[in-house]
Design a protein around this ligand. Structure first.
Ligand code: ADP
Ligand code: MG
Length: 636
């Protein structure tokens, strides 16, 4: 509990200690004879203790002409009750209202805290070596290329490459994956991971603002400001709802007694008129208490917040509540192949038609690819397996969806698919093996091809089943790779459809076609690895980038970022969003339903203020507890 909450608790206790005996006296349960004015003054003590802040807020609101809020409702209702001589009810309403406020503030604070704790990846300091001594400095001050030292148990403050030391890292806060990752010199490490066993010397590769930890924190912090439609609806709703309720209450206080008076005109019997007025004004006050919209106003944003937090704990970053809403309606998903459904670690399985030595062919391929971050490029470099002298390579042009052309030792080398060979006019041989075929041409003359194949990710098939269970009816793979490979992959994982041999621009066209085919409310998601699919990511209703840890382009372009590359998380993200939207709906329906019933009961005079406030606080507590459920995601 923070100081403010403690204060409120103390005020509640003091006011209750005053209130209970007074109430018993005023109801005649305890017989003490006190004059009416004394009772009023005595009741005012707990009333002012418990409600002074609300009275002040209501007054300030009136001064600023923004008076229609719950403080105003509570003030008018309780003052009305006291003026009508119902002192006990006036104080009790405020007391219970404050109990509700206290509860809500603790619950919201708790969920906020547990989320920020889980997202606790902000590094506080970095250790650097100055003249043989280790010094702690602000991570902000460390320049790119410096050596930092990370001891066991410390957070890695900046992204970098290990120079010295072996250890295992806990990347749980980044990826939601609790299994430790072993690292050795040469490995890239990301800020926000925790060093578990050995001392590491790391050469930094980013500034603090550009580091993974800072980027993720930015993203999470900004998520709350992207409001969903239901959230903005609620705030608009509260703006028109409260004044309407106030005028309805005024009408309830004035019109029925006026009508009753009219019927009595000419009957010379005005006795009881005062009591009738009092009765209706009290009903109007009850009406005001009931109509306080807190349960909905508080629980809707809290649900979204909790869901965003729960998701990020699982390594799923959703950039705003609006995306949660879209995600819950996804019925069609388009996938990229390489790096999304398959691992993107190609292994070379054959070399065909090569007039030069196989070794040479690999060397040219690896050299030409030396600046590319495409999974194919990385795999060709790995297949070559020797030191790559990048100074031999100039004029590199990467042609998205086709391959690369570079100049190596003054010879133009083209490495890529059939489209690339057609572009440069090399007469390529078709290959009959099923696999991704990488053709190579030297100086425009065809030089053979390397057949590489990729493995499916362990979870790809399971992920498609999970998606089907989550209500996704159409799963389509869009790939730049050959038809034979696409067909094989699609059949193995159980996709409903595939399109092959697409350039990045064709993928956009395909997504547009799929969008046009999405009926009614169903939304389309595109899932990619962020390498050359940024345009599609932004064209789909919702773009999901996976394996995005460390890939800036993907983090920028996507609406949902899956920190590791587990395709099962797509279904999980959808489930989280559905659960959240479901809970928001439940809360709105329960809260408004209970209010409506109470309002009717109050209007006909059955419910009094006690019922009203208990219903209000009760519904609020239920709604808040329900909202917090959004944070917890069941295992798939
Ligand atoms: P995907 O849709 O499977 O992610 P891309 O659109 O990235 O594939 O690439 C499509 C095809 O273009 C690849 O299958 C490959 O034949 C060729 N290609 C793309 N980039 C490269 C590269 N750097 N080196 C060689 N071939 C490439
Ligand atoms: Mg790709």
């Amino acid at each position: 509990m923070n100081k403010k909450q403690k204060n409120l608790l103390i005020r509640i206790i003091i006011a209750a200690v005053f209130f209970v005996p007074l109430y018993l006296i005023s109801e005649g349960i305890v017989r003490v004879s006190l004059p009416e004015p004394a009772i009023l003054v005595l009741f005012l003590i707990p009333y002012l203790i418990i409600s002074h802040d609300i009275l002040r807020k209501a007054f300030n609101g009136m001064k600023n002409r923004q008076m229609f809020d719950e403080n105003f409702l509570m003030t008018i209702a309780t003052i009305g009750a006291i003026v009508l001589g119902e002192y006990g009810e006036g104080v009790a309403v405020m007391l219970l209202y404050q109990v509700g406020e206290l509860f809500q503030s603790i619950a919201v604070g708790k969920s906020r805290k547990s989320i920020t704790e889980l997202m606790d990846i902000r590094p506080d300091y970095a250790n650097i070596e100055v003249d043989g001594e280790i010094e702690q400095v602000d991570p902000d001050e460390v320049e790119v290329g410096s050596i930092i030292i990370v001891n066991p148990g410390e957070k890695i403050p900046l992204d970098g490459v290990i120079e010295e030391g072996d250890s295992s890292l806990n990347t749980g806060a980044l990826t939601g994956e609790s299994r430790p990752r072993d690292v050795t010199p040469g490995d890239e490490v990301l800020s926000g991971s925790i060093n578990m066993s050995g001392v590491l010397k790391i050469r930094t590769t980013t500034q603090f603002d550009e580091s993974t930890a800072s980027k993720i924190l930015d993203l999470v912090e900004n998520a709350a400001s992207r409001k969903s439609r239901s959230e903005s609806f609620i705030s608009k709703f509260a703006r028109v709802y409260t004044p309407i309720v106030c005028f309805a209450a005024l009408a309830l206080a004035v019109l029925p007694p006026l009508f009753i008076m009219m019927t009595k005109i000419g009957m010379d019997d005005y006795s009881g008129i005062g009591a009738i007025w009092g009765d209706w004004v009290l009903r109007a006050c009850t009406f005001l208490v009931i109509s306080c919209p807190c349960a909905v106003v508080i629980s809707v944003p809290l649900s979204f917040f909790a869901a965003l937090g729960g998701a990020s704990r699982e390594g799923i970053l959703i950039k705003g509540s609006n995306y949660l809403e879209t995600l819950s309606k996804v019925r069609t998903i388009a996938f990229d192949k390489t790096g999304t459904i398959t691992k993107g670690n190609f292994a070379a399985t054959a070399v065909h038609h090569s007039p030069i030595k196989d070794d040479k062919l690999f060397e040219f391929a690896a050299l030409a690819e030396c600046h590319s971050s495409h999974p194919i490029a990385r795999s060709l470099q790995a297949a070559y397996g020797k030191y790559i002298d990048a100074s031999r390579v100039t004029d590199v042009r990467e042609i998205s969806g086709c391959g690369v052309i570079a100049v190596i030792d003054r010879l133009e080398v083209a490495v890529g698919n059939e489209k690339l060979m057609e572009k440069i006019g090399a007469e390529y041989h078709q290959c009959h093996s099923v696999g991704t075929i990488i053709h190579i041409a030297l100086g425009g003359a065809y030089c053979g091809h390397i057949v590489i194949t990729d493995e499916l990710k362990e979870n790809s098939k399971e992920a498609m089943d999970a998606l089907k269970k989550a209500g996704v009816t159409k799963t389509v793979m869009l790939t730049g790779d050959a038809k034979s490979v696409a067909a094989k992959v699609a059949a193995e994982v159980g996709l409903t459809d595939y399109r092959a041999e697409l350039l990045p621009a064709d993928k956009v066209a395909c997504v547009e076609e799929l969008l046009a085919g999405c009926s009614g409310n169903g939304k389309l998601a595109f899932v990619g690895d962020g390498i050359n699919d940024a345009p599609v990511l932004s064209r789909a209703d919702i773009g999901i980038a996976m394996g995005a840890l460390g890939s800036d382009a993907a983090i920028e372009a996507a609406d949902v970022v899956l920190m590791d590359d587990d395709p099962l998380k797509i279904a999980k993200a959808i489930k989280i969003s559905r659960k959240c939207i479901g809970i928001v709906r439940q809360n709105i329906i329960i809260a408004l339903g209970v209010k409506l019933v109470c309002l009717l009961l109050a209007a006909i005079g059955v419910a009094n203020m006690w019922v009203a406030i208990i219903a209000d606080v009760g519904v609020m507590i239920l709604a808040v507890l329900n909202a917090i459920r959004c944070m917890y995601v069941k295992k798939l």
